[in-house]
Structures are given as structure tokens and as C-alpha cells.
Design a protein around this ligand. Structure first.
Ligand code: SF4
Length: 357
């Protein structure tokens, strides 16, 4: 690819014109610094100010019991396993109180696919949380959990979502997307929602007025083209619904999983895919960097590769920690990393509106 082609790409990105498949494919051949430059054009087109946002929240994994048996997961335990758990409502309440005490505004509530929990359980749990802590934003479940509830209750996805919204669901995290290509899903997570089901839940949620995020876990068995297929599917749905607030790519953490023999994707691959995501997803406003999987220094670098959000303070994080990766940051440390990288830290809500400190 010559300088002239890069110039053309630059102009297209500056104008907010979506890249077609062939142009997107050429991105994988560009030197990493050129990719960073292109990604930053898109970033500053969407966010002209040098602000990097973050959220103070806590991941609460209400259960680790799961019947999906995804090969990339180090977190789950099979039903009847001696290490399996289900948090009580009071244990969840205690974690929410600790979050509020630290200035937290939302909780991210997610678990495994636990066959003992039905739709009524979640209605009771959400109602309990909202009655006791009406100020808390409930960012909960993921498309595979919602598909499971639809199948187990015999109700449509719309019906399940409406009942959960009525009970207090505010938004849905984009977990369980991995790579939205069924060749990959059949190998990694054959018992989990298909790519079509994942996209369907998000589409219905957006149409019911919920905002959601989208994620991508890469660095395992996917090809470059499958990464692009994932990005194009997200971009196309966003064109229809405008319901995604952010895109969050992160790398597979092999330790303690059934795929522990796979090499771990390095920082350069992470930055390459992050930049390509920013360039291809011209219609997704925010790209989150992953200090939890990459460490804070690579996350700082990722702010030069299209990222404009530092994610969450993660008062608690269990899923990545199960794969032997454990970075911890307080809010002050997180703000210091953002400042040190040359940006202004701003605390935000789930919908990315800024909370002035
Ligand atoms: S990734 Fe989620 S659905 Fe898959 S095994 Fe782990 S907890 Fe279960």
C-alpha cells in the first residue's frame, strides 16, 4: 500500500465515510504507527477534546455455575462442583454498598448460565436491588444469559427483556460476543448463543430503548477476516439502531483454560486490532482500552491507537483474574495514568455523559 492509498484512507476517515471490506482488509498490512495515526483521525473526528473517560463501578459475578463450558473460560464451575457459588441477595447488597461508599454509580452484574436460576429469580433480584438502591445503574446480564432465559421460560426475547426492564434493568453489557462468527463459536463455545442470537438480543434491546456496549475477545483461533466480519456485523447493527455506546476489544487470556496451550496475543497485536476497530467502527462513539488484560502502560499507549475511554475502576473483577491476570487500580491511580499519558480524566456514566467532579 503506497502513500497515496494511505492519504485516501485518511480523507475517507476524516469525512466519516465507512470503509468498505477491501479497504478494511488492507489495514492489517499497514505498519503499526500508520494505523495509530489513522485511528487517531477517527478518534479526534468524534472527540475533538483530549478527554479520556472512565467509570467507577464494580463487577458482581452473582454465580460461577455454568453449563456452557466455553473452552476459553477459566471462571466457570460445573453444577454440583465444590467451588461453585451463588451469591445471596444480602451478599450482593453488601457489595453494592461498598461500591456506593467508593463513589460508584453502577454495577455490572453478570454470571454463568446457571440452570437453577429462572426469569423470576432475576425479576426478584433486580427489584430487590432497585428498591434498596434506586440510585444504582444496573448494567446487567449479557445476550447469552438473555437467550438462555428466553429458552428456559418459553418466552420471546422481547418479553424477557420487557420483564427485566420493568424489574430494573438499565442497560446490557456486550459480553459473550467473543468473535461473532459461528465457525469460531462452534469450536470455542458450542453451547452458547450463536452470533445471530447475540445480535438479535442487542437489536431488540436497542429497539426497546436500552443502551448496550459491544465487545470482542480475540487472540485465539480467529483469522483477520473473522475479526473484520465481527466489526462489520456490529457496524451494520449500529447503522440500524444506534444503540451501542462503546466497543471494547480485549485479548484472550489462556491461563487455566482448556486452551492454555495457545500463545497469548502480545501488545502489538492488541494495539493493531484496537486501531482497526476504531477505524472500521466509524459509527461507534467510544472505544474502551483494556488495562485489565493489557496492564496500565499498554492501556496508556492504546490512547494513541484510537481509545478514548479507560474503562472501569473494577472495584472487583473475577473473570480475568481466574485466568491468572490481576491488575488493580484505584480511581486516583487510574486518573494519574490518564494524566501521565497527556489526557484529561473525566468520570462518566454508562451512557458516557460526563459526571463533573
Ligand atoms: S464464558 Fe460465560 S458462558 Fe462461557 S463458560 Fe464462562 S461463565 Fe459460562
Amino acid at each position: 500500500m503506497g502513500n497515496r492509498d494511505v492519504k485516501l484512507l485518511e480523507e475517507q476517515i476524516r469525512e466519516g465515510i465507512p470503509l468498505d471490506w477491501e479497504s478494511a482488509k488492507t489495514l492489517f498490512k499497514l505498519p503499526i504507527h500508520t494505523l495509530g495515526k489513522l485511528a487517531q483521525i477517527q478518534r479526534y473526528r468524534l472527540h475533538p477534546e483530549k478527554i479520556v473517560t472512565y467509570v467507577v463501578d464494580r463487577n458482581i459475578n452473582y454465580t460461577n455455575i455454568c453449563i456452557s463450558y466455553c473452552k476459553f473460560c477459566a471462571f466457570y464451575r460445573a453444577p454440583n462442583s465444590k467451588d461453585g457459588y451463588l451469591l445471596s441477595f444480602e451478599e450482593i447488597a453488601k457489595k453494592i454498598e461498598e461500591t456506593i461508599a467508593l463513589g460508584g454509580y453502577q454495577i455490572l452484574l453478570q454470571g454463568g448460565i446457571n440452570p437453577d436460576l429462572d426469569l423470576e429469580y432475576f425479576e426478584r433480584l433486580f427489584t430487590f436491588i432497585k428498591n434498596r438502591y434506586p440510585q444504582i445503574h444496573l448494567h446487567a446480564l449479557s445476550p447469552p444469559e438473555i437467550i438462555y432465559l428466553s429458552k428456559s421460560s418459553g418466552l420471546s426475547v422481547d418479553e424477557v427483556l420487557k420483564r427485566l426492564i420493568k424489574a430494573g434493568l438499565d442497560s446490557i453489557p456486550g459480553g459473550g460476543a467473543e468473535i461473532l462468527v459461528d465457525r469460531v463459536r462452534k469450536i470455542l463455545s458450542p453451547n452458547k448463543a450463536t452470533s445471530e442470537e447475540w445480535l438479535y438480543v442487542m437489536e431488540r434491546a436497542h429497539l426497546l430503548g436500552l443502551k448496550t456496549t459491544a465487545t470482542m475477545m480475540f487472540g485465539h483461533i480467529e483469522t483477520d477476516e473473522e475479526i473484520l466480519e465481527h466489526l462489520f456485523k456490529i457496524r451494520n447493527l449500529q447503522e440500524k439502531t444506534k444503540g451501542f455506546t462503546a466497543f471494547i476489544p480485549w485479548t484472550f487470556q489462556p491461563k487455566n483454560t482448556a486452551l492454555s496451550h495457545l500463545p497469548k496475543a502480545g501488545a502489538v497485536r492488541y494495539l493493531q486490532v484496537l486501531a482497526i476497530s476504531r477505524i472500521v467502527l466509524h459509527n461507534i462513539p467510544n472505544i474502551q482500552v483494556s488495562w485489565v488484560t493489557q496492564g496500565p502502560q499498554v492501556a496508556q499507549l492504546a490512547l494513541e491507537f484510537g481509545g478514548n475511554d479507560f474503562g472501569s475502576t473494577m472495584i472487583e473483577e473475577n473473570v480475568v483474574a481466574s485466568a491468572g491476570v490481576s491488575h488493580r487500580l484505584s480511581e486516583e491511580e487510574l486518573r494519574a495514568y490518564i494524566r501521565e499519558a497527556g489526557y484529561i480524566p473525566k468520570r462518566r456514566k454508562m451512557d458516557y455523559t460526563i459526571i463533573e467532579n
